[in-house]
Design a protein around this ligand. Structure first.
Ligand code: M6R
Length: 617
């Protein structure tokens, strides 16, 4: 969850590290810090709170008095062990060793007890700091810095990565990956970068190496080398070319990444279709060939395993895959599936759906089932991510980097992938039929582009609805059929970025309990597009209307009845295939949450207590 960076080069390390941390801040923002080599000393600047605190600190400092440092490490924290204080912020110093850490040291209690018996006195409440003492213990045995780090790392249990420097070994930064991601890259001038995600490297190079678990990256002025952390032997790793650009990781005039990412959705969907379809193949829905496609097409049943927004996208997929393609599809939270003993068919395909491709619970499920001989696949937005590499076949959404902590374009493009799968099953198994589905699918990005265009007036209408309801105490998103997952997603978005109580409900379930909460202080956002479920949803809406709720209706522009029942009405574009309404609906729930959060003045891109990539259980 934390973001770590390391640098050995010729530029100002502080500048490279701060810029890198800015690019990584979505990974955690409880506290930040950098350490930089100055002569034979390593200096540390750290602070609780967001990165801007450290920026201010450096502005106030008279940097001219200090020689420019060209080697350093940095960290942005999402607290696990110990409060988000300056004391607990990384980098941590123990003697000559300075380190940053991402992940969890599961055996930290035993390690701490043992170290304290040996006379060490940790200064922070973190598990991370202990690693420095372990390195010092190894150094006492006359080991080299590299070996001391290597052997110390072997004492850790749990998924984590560390990046370490030593005052006795200048111009060297060592990174080790075990579970938590770490990438390395060299720019054209030979400068070396380490980071938990590739974004900080994009400013300097597109060629990166994703470290494997158990890899050690040793960055020195003489070059970058990879070794196995257990054997110490040099290993060769493949360099891959990143497909993302620097522009994609800038706000480009938008006030927030989230808004920019909402507006990028039509392009993200086109890119996802293009990268997954083989347009030379004359059949409809021709998936571009790769091992994942064979696994998919041979599967007797699908189990979509995910967390958060990826789970809701998977729920939408279930509706299509079962309705059109007649493929049994189960969707489950990774954190629950993991501890069950599910009954799985021999030819079941277990699919990890994860934007980041690093979510700990999702990864754990895939690993467990792979060990048991099950076929696995991934749907991820990050090429090179752990989940995509460890499964038998990966499908990629081409949403581009998603920086806002609230998932938007990854959700929409994940639905795009499931739509392609549905079409591909239909094509190959000929079990169902969906006239014109392909044509409407490829036309969809254009519909969404027009919908997002200022001339549609949609944003203004949503803003108005948000202004009128911003003081209300609770929000219910309701829907039926494939609009139900959208109701769940809408409520998650609103909780996440506006910090208001919101629930997503299957419209038919309201009267089984939650209707007791409905009064004039509650807003009900009813997702009722023109589809087979619309009439039933409207009946449920009548019930809440009678109890005084404020109603925001979302539906077809021709739906007079819905408009009459609603205090505010958001029209959807008219689509021939009713199942595709989930795409514009997702824009509505995203924008509504965004506008309400803007009115509340929350930190939209970095909402409190959250991190983009959840790499701990
Ligand atoms: O990277 P993943 O898709 O595996 O992440 C899963 C969830 O943590 C994520 O969707 C989270 O719920 C989002 N912040 C929601 O906006």
């Amino acid at each position: 969850m934390c973001g770590i960076v390391g640098y050995v080069g010729n530029r100002s390390a502080v500048e490279v590290l701060l810029k890198g941390l800015q690019r990584l801040e979505y990974r955690g923002y409880d506290s930040t810090g950098v350490a930089f080599q100055k002569g034979n000393r390593i200096e540390i600047e750290k602070s609780e709170g967001k990165l801007e605190n450290i920026f201010k600190r450096f502005k106030e400092m008279d940097l001219n008095r200090a020689p420019v440092s060209t080697v350093g490490i940095g960290h942005t924290r999402w607290a696990t062990h110990g409060k988000p204080t300056t004391q607990n912020a990384h980098p941590h110093r123990t003697g000559s060793i300075v380190l940053v850490h991402n992940g969890i040291i599961e055996n930290y209690r035993e390690i701490k007890e043992d170290l304290m018996k040996k006379g060490h006195e940790p200064q922070s409440e973190t598990d991370s700091e202990l690693f420095g003492f372990l390195v010092l213990e190894e150094l006492k045995l006359k080991k080299s810095f590299i070996d001391a780090v290597r052997f110390a790392f072997q004492k850790l249990e749990g998924a984590c990565s560390v990046v370490v420097m030593s005052e006795n070994d200048p111009d060297t930064v060592i990174g080790i990956r075990n579970g938590s991601p770490l990438v390395a890259g060299i720019d054209s001038e030979g400068a070396i970068y380490l980071a938990s995600d590739p974004q900080p490297l994009l400013d300097y190079t597109k060629k990166v190496v994703y470290l494997e678990n158990g890899d050690m990256a040793i960055a020195k002025r003489s070059g970058l080398e990879f070794r196995d952390v257990i054997t110490g032997k040099v290993v060769q790793r493949e360099t891959i070319e990143l497909q993302w650009s620097v522009e994609q990781i800038d706000k480009q005039g938008y006030p927030h990444f989230m808004l920019k990412e909402i507006y990028e959705q039509p392009t993200a969907l086109i890119d996802t279709f293009n990268s997954n379809l083989d347009r030379i193949d004359p059949t409809s829905f021709p998936l571009a060939k790769h091992p994942g496609v064979d696994k998919l097409m041979n599967a007797s049943e699908l189990h979509l395993i995910a967390c958060g927004t990826s789970y809701y996208a998977s729920l939408v997929g279930k509706y299509w895959l079962e309705k059109y393609a007649r493929v049994s599809t189960q969707v489950e939270f990774a954190s629950e599936f993991r501890y069950r003993d599910p009954v799985l068919d021999d030819r079941a395909l277990i699919v990890g759906v994860s934007q980041s491709g690093e979510t700990a619970d999702t990864l754990a499920v895939l690993r467990d089932l792979k060990k048991k001989g099950k076929a696995t696949a991934a749907v991820s937005n990050v090429r090179g991510s752990t989940i995509s590499r460890e499964t038998d076949g990966a499908f990629f959404t081409s949403a581009g980097p998603e920086i806002g902590v609230a998932a938007t374009k990854s959700f929409l493009t994940q639905m795009g992938i499931f739509l392609l799968w549905t079409g591909a099953f239909l094509e190959r198994r000929k079990k169902g039929s969906a006239d014109g589905l392909f044509e409407e699918t490829v036309h969809l990005p254009h519909v969404l582009k027009n919908y997002l265009d200022d001339s549609s007036g949609i944003r203004e209408k949503i803003k108005e609805a948000a202004r009128a309801t911003v003081t209300k105490k609770g929000f219910f998103f309701i829907g039926r059929g494939s609009s139900y997952p959208l109701a769940l997603e809408g409520a998650l978005k609103l909780k996440e970025i506006a910090y208001v109580h919101a629930e997503g409900y299957a419209a038919g379930e309201l009267k089984h309990g939650p209707i007791a909460m409905i009064d004039e202080n509650v807003v009900v956002i009813v997702l009722a597009p023109k589809d087979g479920w619309r009439d039933k949803t409207i009946s449920n809406l009548e019930e809440v209307k009678a109890r005084g709720a404020q109603i925001i209706g979302v539906g077809d522009p021709s739906d007079r009845h819905l408009q009459d029942l609603s205090h505010h009405f958001i029209p959807l574009p008219t689509l021939k295939n009713e199942d595709l309404n989930v795409f514009p609906l997702s824009i509505v729930v995203q924008l509504f949450s965004y506008e309400l959060a803007t009115l509340k003045g929350t930190d939209i891109d970095k909402p409190r207590n959250l991190a983009k990539s959840v790499t701990v259980e």
